[in-house]
Design a protein around this ligand. Structure first.
Ligand SMILES: Nc1ncnc2c1ncn2[C@@H]1O[C@H](COP(=O)(O)OP(=O)(O)OP(=O)(O)O)[C@@H](O)[C@H]1O
Length: 309
């Protein structure tokens, strides 16, 4: 039987082909195909309800797909594959902790559930930079320390593939960046990481590649820098209405779109510098406000256009 065999090694950690899932009338996943390479830090982004959780749960073997094939390290995760489960670590939410225990006791309990000794618990604590808090009660840990403990919980059994769900949600900027360092070090150890996040800066900072999902479909899959380049939203120049007419603005070379919003003429362009100079012929430069494009703009445009399909 598949579950009793040693895992077959492949160059891919995860391979999905045409994976679909429906909940009654709702199409949660609509023919998703993608691969995650071994040792890759892979991000899954998408608006609420896009299908991210469903996708991850199918890969983890917690849900059955309606159609398509799924292999993880060359094996099928469904029906529940014990050999594969041992190679996967799932970051639990902080609320799932044994809060009255110390950090070390919590991890020793998790280690015991895996049939491992306390050494595994301490290695995991060390791996997330939390060794100094071993004797602190979970209740007394800061938000950032709790997130690290959540990560350690997924690492106790030394898995090859780790699933992270919003790993830095609700953390302050300093704690987020500190946790990013921990996550980078995990990747440096050759583990494969699949991470769902709503933070585009996080995806950009950590992920080798990012899949963007909207309404159950894969709408983009690439390295973050490539996505930013290819999806770059236009810059917007805001000029007080009356200083330039929309017709004059439209006539400028490089202008892609002109609208009037709340007393301002809004000019969209991918050639901001050139257009700015031309607009300066009509209006004093100090009166022009510029809004440059961000990855967030690009993401919103991409997922928004999918909603409008
Ligand atoms: N058990 C379920 N029964 C019925 N519908 C479900 C179930 N789980 C998810 N859905 C629906 O399937 C769609 C995809 O949900 P899913 O939780 O996978 O999205 P998500 O991208 O993880 O969202 P979020 O970012 O809010 O966590 C949504 O429309 C959701 O309402």
């Amino acid at each position: 039987m598949e579950t009793s065999e040693r895992p077959t090694e492949t160059e891919h950690a995860v391979v999905l082909e045409g994976v679909s899932k429906r909940y009654g009338e709702v199409i949660a996943l609509d023919g998703i195909s993608l691969t995650v390479g071994q040792g890759e830090f892979f991000g899954i982004l998408g608006p609420n309800g896009a299908g991210k959780t469903t996708l991850v749960e199918i890969v983890e073997g917690m849900r059955k797909a309606d159609a398509g094939t799924i292999t993880v390290f060359g094996q099928r995760p469904w029906p529940r594959n014990i050999a594969l489960l041992r190679r996967m670590g799932v970051q639990t939410q902080a609320s799932a902790f044994f809060t009255r225990l110390t950090a070390a006791e919590h991890l020793e309990t998790v280690a015991a559930l895996h049939g491992l000794d306390r050494g595994a618990a301490y290695r995991a604590l060390d791996g997330v930079g939390l060794a100094g808090k071993a004797r602190s009660r979970v209740d007394d840990l800061s938000g950032g320390q709790r997130q690290r403990l959540a990560l350690a919980t997924a690492l106790v059994h030394d898995p090859d593939l780790i699933f992270l769900d919003e790993p830095t949600a609700a953390l302050d900027p300093e704690a987020r960046r500190a946790l990013w360092e921990v996550l980078r070090s995990l990747r440096g150890q050759g583990r494969t990481i699949v991470c769902t996040t709503h933070y585009l800066d996080e995806a950009e900072a950590l992920c080798d590649r990012v899949a963007i999902i909207a309404r159950g479909a894969l709408v983009a899959l690439d390295a973050p820098t490539a996505l930013i380049r290819s999806l770059a939203a236009p810059a917007r120049l805001l000029v007080p209405a009356g200083r330039i007419t929309p017709e004059q603005a439209r006539a400028i070379e490089g202008v892609e779109r002109v609208t009037v919003e709340g007393g301002e003429v809004v000019i969209e362009t991918h050639a901001a510098n050139r257009v700015l100079v031309a607009v300066g012929e009509y209006v004093d430069m100090d009166a022009i406000q510029t809004r440059t494009a961000t990855l967030e703009d690009a993401y919103l445009r991409l997922t928004g256009s999918e909603h409008a399909r």
